[in-house]
Design a protein around this ligand. Structure first.
Ligand SMILES: [Ca+2]
Length: 259
C-alpha cells in the first residue's frame, strides 16, 4: 500500500503535467521579429494601394500623420492619415510588431497556415485596435478566426460585436483551440474598415501546447490572464459561434468612406 505522501505526490505531478503549457514552434514569426511578414500571408481588397498599410513597426516607434510607412502588401511607402496618429507602438514581445493602418474603405487580412500538434491547447496573441467610426457593422469589424485551408471559417474566436469597446489597449487574448489539434488550419485576422479609420496592432501570436516534459514550463509562467486553470478554457471573452463569411474579398470602393 502506498504511503499517503506518495499518493499526493503522484496526484500533484499528474495534475501539473496535465496543466502545464508551453509555446510551440508550429506558428512561425508570430512576434514579427523578422521585421517583415515572413511566414504570413497579407491581403488587401480593392484596388487603391494607399488605402491600407500592413506595416511593421519597431517597439517605441512613433508614426505621425504625414509619415510614410512601408506597406508589405503593395510594396510601397504609404503616407499615413489616421486620426489615431501620432501613435507610439509598444511591442509586447521582442522589438517589433505588426500593424494595419487603413486610409480608405478596404478589407484587410493576415493569416498563417499552421499545422497544429496533437498537444495544441490554445491560441494566444496580443492586440489593440481603435475604431473611429464609433460603432461596428458587418463591414466595419475586426475578427480573429480559425479557418480551414479552403478559407471556410471554422470558428471565430474574437469579433467586434456590440459587447466590445471602440478602443482597446494592447490586450492578451487566449482561446481554446484544442478541438483543432492535429489539423492544419489558418490562423486568420480580418479587418474590415469600410466606413472609417480603424487602427490595428498585433504581436506575439503563439500556439500553446500541453507540456509533457513537465520540467521547464510551470503552468504559472505561461498561463496568461484569461486562462482558466480549472477548465483549460479561455475565459473573460465571449466566443462568437459564427461570423458571416465575408463576401469574397472584394473590392473596396473608389470613393470616400461609406456612410
Ligand atoms: Ca514582436
Amino acid at each position: 500500500m502506498k504511503k499517503p505522501g506518495y499518493m499526493l505526490g503522484s496526484i500533484s505531478l499528474a495534475f501539473f503535467l496535465f496543466l502545464g503549457v508551453a509555446h510551440a514552434e508550429t506558428l512561425v514569426n508570430g512576434s514579427f521579429e523578422s521585421g517583415d511578414y515572413s511566414g504570413w500571408v497579407v491581403l488587401e481588397g480593392g484596388t487603391e494601394p494607399t488605402w491600407g498599410t500592413w506595416g511593421i513597426v519597431a517597439d517605441g516607434q512613433t508614426v505621425a500623420a504625414g509619415d510614410e510607412l512601408y506597406d508589405y502588401f503593395d510594396g510601397i511607402n504609404v503616407v499615413q492619415q489616421s486620426p489615431g496618429l501620432p501613435r507610439t507602438f509598444a511591442a509586447t514581445d521582442g522589438s517589433s510588431m505588426a500593424c494595419q493602418l487603413p486610409n480608405g474603405p478596404q478589407d484587410h487580412r493576415l493569416f498563417q497556415e499552421v499545422a497544429l500538434p496533437e498537444t495544441a491547447l490554445a491560441l494566444s496573441w496580443d492586440m489593440f485596435y481603435e475604431n473611429f467610426k464609433g460603432s461596428f457593422a458587418s463591414n466595419q469589424a475586426l475578427a480573429v478566426s480559425i479557418r480551414d485551408l479552403n478559407d471556410n471559417i471554422l470558428e471565430t474566436l474574437f469579433y467586434t460585436d456590440e459587447n466590445q469597446s471602440q478602443v482597446l489597449p494592447m490586450t492578451n487574448f487566449v482561446y481554446d483551440i484544442s478541438q483543432y489539434a492535429g489539423m492544419t488550419v489558418r490562423v486568420d485576422v480580418l479587418l474590415r474598415a469600410n466606413q472609417h479609420y480603424f487602427d490595428l496592432g498585433l504581436d506575439n501570436f503563439a500556439v500553446l501546447v500541453s507540456d509533457e516534459s513537465g520540467s521547464e514550463s510551470p503552468e504559472a509562467l505561461y498561463a496568461p490572464p484569461g486562462w482558466s486553470k480549472a477548465t483549460g478554457k479561455a475565459v473573460g471573452w465571449s466566443k462568437k459561434e459564427s461570423l458571416a463569411q465575408p463576401k469574397g474579398f472584394s473590392k473596396g470602393l473608389k470613393k470616400g468612406w461609406d456612410k
